[in-house]
Design a protein around this ligand. Structure first.
Ligand code: COA
Ligand code: AMP
Length: 638
């Protein structure tokens, strides 16, 4: 426990009892150009905003501040890429040189404060440099995960209208080279908005063809650029917009502002992860996700740590010992990834033979998030690594953990299946359908009493009404997380899964609603439901149930192949949409609502209660028969 802090209970209570004093004190720990004049305000829409009047630059905090304060020669970023057999290290000074020049290059392409820049790149250092270069200029970056198909990229291009799209000739998936540039060209063809420039990093594995006047070579642009200083920004200026799946085909643009974010990042490193300046911290995620933004780039750098950017997979790059090799080689103190990655390792190396080859003495804790950490995986991991395994809960919306074991304050006993207790600033409440707090052991909606602490989304990009309607309107005065869960008598919180049409496939957040839109676009389909069923490796995977149009005849496997292709081409291979079942009808309530939850429970072999409002209970047996016939779902042996 930190000597200045009495206990988690006191610290947490202080954060809720007097949030202004609490966050003002935390804000004083970062180097503002001008300290905020107001700690918490509400804007004309009634949305909370932190640190009005504050002036800062996130890139300055992440790089220049350390160069000026004794860390210039410390390694800031290690690029470890088993797929290209490279390890490169960048000190804070080298990072400053790269990022300042890249900011100059973006500026030469017309990027100014407030402009958007899309980053569609594999896990290469240039992707992180671009994020930081945008932050330096006050441009708003929007990273698009490399596994998304052109259609998804096109949606984001139209919504952000970027001045520049920064991309690369290719990514590498295990041993397969995935050309990115054709996907980018196709996305721009599909988008209504045409970005004036694309900045393309040519990798040696494949050379992208360049479009005259629009496409610019990354290295050449860098050579011609002069270093650029950090712009002075308002705390309320947006740092980035990151799209995440909602319940419809239109993703939500989560906005992150500069001031609240910087304070939250620093706070979380100290009090959640127990990481000090100079420590080595590694989040094995992708820059396309919130974890990558917060815990590969911003938080470790703001805290003056060494961060690792990993281009590879937990297995087969080259083997299930990759994680352990990196932890040993770079003396990682805290490691963070998704449970699915450990399930993949456990499958290939159940007795952890690879681990025996490495010295893991630097490792103090492992954090997992992105999905619930199933107790068998948690226990296996604890057994083989002998360090605390800490499940913690957060969302793209929050940008940092909302429920965790705050190991920098007080280490609680881990209870498998629970993400432990609410983090300071998050007043987590479990509400029933009417919005009343539920007693312990009763499952309900996981909500956060407003205001959310600094760092959480202030709104959605260009869409205040959707922010209000998606998160704030169901229970006035509360943020609706979209997850269900409960607390136990000790105040531990258990997150049990989404209560909406969002699923988590291998740590990737996806919308079944969006998949339904594509499945329904097939000419043979009258109506459909896509349901996330349990998957041993990926946590969940989507399965489509389809009702054919009258008089249409098509074999189930032909339809399945066609629908798999559509979803793969429109959303991306990451959706892992592999199965379609033709059924005569879908189970519905009398008012026509499809009973997706019951369908999932049948597939997963869970007990379920038949809703009193069901139109025709016999349909549930038909669903079970269809699953049984194809042996799909845990309830049917798979
Ligand atoms: N670019 C292009 N394609 C990608 C991609 C990317 N960045 N990421 C995934 N894909 C593709 C895969 O190649 C695969 O394609 P295929 O169907 O042609 O084989 C498909 O999307 C499905 O990918 P995935 O579900 O990830 O399966 P996998 O077998 O490739 O890998 C795991 C399985 C468990 C190793 C992998 O999902 C993993 O490492 N998960 C951890 C995720 C994570 O860290 N999430 C961050 C949250 S903290
Ligand atoms: P994302 O926005 O992609 O980070 O996904 C957020 C969602 O992932 C949450 O709403 C949860 O459904 C799920 N999730 C993240 N972390 C956890 C966790 N530790 N336990 C359970 N679910 C989690």
């Amino acid at each position: 426990m930190k000597s200045s802090i009495q206990s988690y209970a006191d610290f947490y209570e202080a954060s809720l009892a007097n949030p202004l004093a609490f966050w003002s004190q935390q804000a004083a720990k970062i180097a503002w150009y001008e300290f905020p004049t107001q700690i918490l305000t509400t804007n004309e829409q009634g949305f909370y905003r932190w640190f009005e009047g504050g002036k800062l630059n996130t890139c300055y905090l992440a790089i220049d501040y350390h160069v000026e304060n004794g860390r210039a020669d410390q390694v800031a970023l290690i690029y470890d890429s088993p797929v290209t057999h490279q390890i490169q290290k960048y000190t804070y000074r080298e990072l400053q040189t790269q990022v300042a020049k890249l900011a100059g290059a973006l500026h030469n392409l017309g990027v100014q404060k407030g402009d958007c820049v899309i980053i569609y790149m594999p896990m290469v250092p240039e992707a992180a440099f671009t994020m930081l270069a945008c932050a330096r200029l006050g441009a708003v970056h929007s990273v698009v995960f490399g596994g998304f198909a052109p259609h998804e990229l096109a949606i984001r291009i139209d919504d952000t209208r970027p001045k520049v799209v920064v991309s690369s000739s290719c990514g590498i998936e295990f041993d397969r080279v995935v050309p990115y540039k054709p996907l980018l060209d196709e996305a721009i063809r599909q988008a209504s908005f045409k970005p004036p420039h694309c900045l393309i990093l040519q990798r040696p594995m494949t050379t992208a063809s360049m479009e005259t006047n629009r496409d610019v070579d990354f290295e050449e642009a860098l050579q011609q650029a002069s270093p650029t200083e950090c712009a002075v920004l308002s705390a309320l200026d947006p740092l980035y917009v990151l799209y995440t799946s909602g319940t419809t085909g239109k993703p939500k643009g989560i906005v992150r502002d500069n001031g609240g974010h910087a304070v939250a990042m620093k706070f979380s490193m100290e009090y959640v992860y127990d990481i000090a300046p100079g420590d080595v911290y590694w989040a094995a995620s992708d820059l396309g996700w919130a974890v990558g933004h917060s815990y590969i780039v911003y938080a470790p750098l703001i805290q003056g740590c060494t961060t690792i950017l990993f281009e590879g997979k937990p297995v087969r790059t080259p083997d299930a010992g990759t994680f352990w090799r990196i932890i040993a080689a770079h003396r990682v103190k805290v490691f963070f990834t998704a449970p699915t990655a450990f399930r993949a390792i456990k499958k290939e190396d159940p007795t952890a033979e690879h681990l025996q080859k490495y010295d893991l003495s630097s490792l103090k804790q492992i954090f997992v998030a992105g999905e619930r950490c199933d107790p068998p995986t948690l226990e296996w991991l604890q057994q083989i690594t002998k360090v605390p395994i800490i499940d913690h809960w957060w969302q793209t919306e929050s940008g940092w953990p909302m429920i965790a074991n705050m190991t920098g304050v007080e280490m609680f006993t881990v209870k498998a299946g629970s993400a432990t207790k609410p983090v300071c600033g998050f007043d987590v409440q479990i509400l029933d359908e009417e919005g009343h707090p539920l007693p312990p052991k009763h499952e309900g909606y996981v909500c956060i009493k407003l205001p959310l602490p600094p760092g959480c989304l202030p709104t959605l990009w260009n869409d205040d009404p959707r922010f209000q309607q998606s998160y704030l309107s169901k229970f006035p005065g509360y943020y609706l997380s979209g997850d269900g869960g409960y607390k136990d008598e000790d105040g531990y919180v258990y997150i049990m899964g989404r209560v909406d049409d969002v699923i988590n496939v291998a740590g990737h957040r996806l919308s079944t609603g969006e998949m339904e839109e594509f499945v329904a676009s097939h000419t043979a389909v009258a109506e459909c439901a896509v349901v996330g069923i349990a998957d041993e490796l990926r946590g969940q995977r989507p399965v489509g149930f389809v009702v054919l149009k009258d008089k249409v005849e098509i074999e189930e496997n032909t339809l399945e192949t066609e629908l798999v292709t559509i979803v793969r081409e429109q959303i991306g291979a990451v959706a892992f949409f592999r199965n379609t079942l033709i059924v005569k009808r879908l189970p519905k309530t009398r008012s026509g609502k499809i009973l997706r939850k019951v369908m999932r429970q049948i597939a997963d072999g869970e007990s379920y209660s038949i809703p009193s409002t069901i139109d025709d209970p016999a349909i549930l047996s038909e669903i079970a028969e269809a699953l049984q016939k194809r042996k799909i779902g845990r309830g049917f042996g798979h």
